[in-house]
Design a protein around this ligand. Structure first.
Ligand code: T3D
Length: 259
């Protein structure tokens, strides 16, 4: 399938999805959200084992396209959150394989929080993260208040959200908000290599790890221990577990099939 504002490619079992409206810093329109849904459906229908999300041009994503809003209807903002942004964030979190985000330039507003919803965020050293919302009289959405508070604590969450000043990739890395800041010219090669590496691992186990880490944010220790036991039961029933142990005993590299 072809898209107007996205590029979807497959490299082996890795899906590479590029936001492609570079003249508007890949800001998101309602129509683009419908394309994102279709692209994620297409990805989910294939034997994909990792996904790479990035942006074309000098920005990753500047959030909502502010020209694609009906300012006369305040309800329109809540509508697009409920119809588009919230399901997108939930879907990225729930995909049964790792999602790598290569932040190639500014990630602003919902664009920052979509990046932060991915499992691994690599960012070009020149890239920045901007909770732009307060600049236009809005509040962080797409999970921004959730991820900032949990990851950074209240002081930094409030500082970033209220002051709406950008932080550079290296600061985001130092604060534990992202996985890694990478030299600009190495970003895509590193992101592709990481995606390929993840795509060759035991995919089912990686999906269960996502579940465990997400649940840990709200679980008690007892509840988490019980969940780990259940997830381990599922992982241990996989062909990849058999292969992992067999390969270890045979002193060879495991050949995981994602089953
Ligand atoms: O419906 C809802 O609102 C609910 C959902 C809300 C979620 C949100 O994301 S709200 C937050 C929306 N985003 C923003 O407020 C960020 C707006 N953009 C900026 O502040 C700046 O563009 C940046 C700081 C991100 C980058 O600045 P700079 O100087 O590098 O680039 P620029 O010149 O401002 O932008 C380049 C072009 O992209 C420019 O177009 P032009 O003049 O060359 O034709 C600019 O208008 C366009 N652009 C950038 N961001 C957006 C945008 N156009 C529409 N919407 C944008 N968000």
């Amino acid at each position: 399938m072809t898209y107007d504002d996205l590029i979807l490619e497959f490299d082996g079992n890795v899906a590479i999805l590029t936001l492609n409206r570079p003249d508007k810093l890949n800001s998101l329109t309602w129509a683009m959200h419908q394309e994102l849904k279709a692209a994620l459906d297409e990805i989910s229908a294939r034997p994909v084992r990792a996904m790479l999300l990035t942006g074309a041009g000098r920005g990753f994503c500047a959030g909502q396209d502010l020209a694609d809003l009906d300012l006369s209807r305040p309800q329109a903002i809540a509508d697009t959150l409920e119809a588009n942004y919230n399901p997108l964030v939930e879907r990225l979190k729930a995909l049964p394989f790792p999602v790598v985000c290569a932040v190639n330039g500014v990630a602003a507003g919902a664009g920052a929080n979509i990046a932060l919803a991915c499992d691994f965020v690599l960012a070009a050293r020149s890239a920045s993260f901007l909770q732009a919302f307060a600049r236009i009289g809005l509040v962080p959405d797409s999970g921004g208040s959730w991820v900032l508070t949990r990851t950074l604590g209240e002081a930094r969450a409030k500082g970033l959200a209220m002051l709406a000043e950008p932080i550079l990739a290296e600061t985001a890395e130092a604060w534990g908000l992202i996985w890694k800041a990478v030299d600009d010219d190495k970003l895509m090669a590193e992101a592709r290599a990481l995606s390929q590496r993840l795509g060759a691992q035991a995919t089912g186990a990686l999906a269960l790890i996502k579940q465990a880490v997400h649940a840990a944010a709200t679980n008690t220790l007892s509840a988490q221990l019980a969940l780990e036991a259940e997830l381990q039961r599922q992982a241990a029933a996989s062909a990849d577990f058999q292969e992992g142990v067999t390969a270890f005993l045979e002193k060879r590299r495991a050949n995981f099939m994602g089953r």
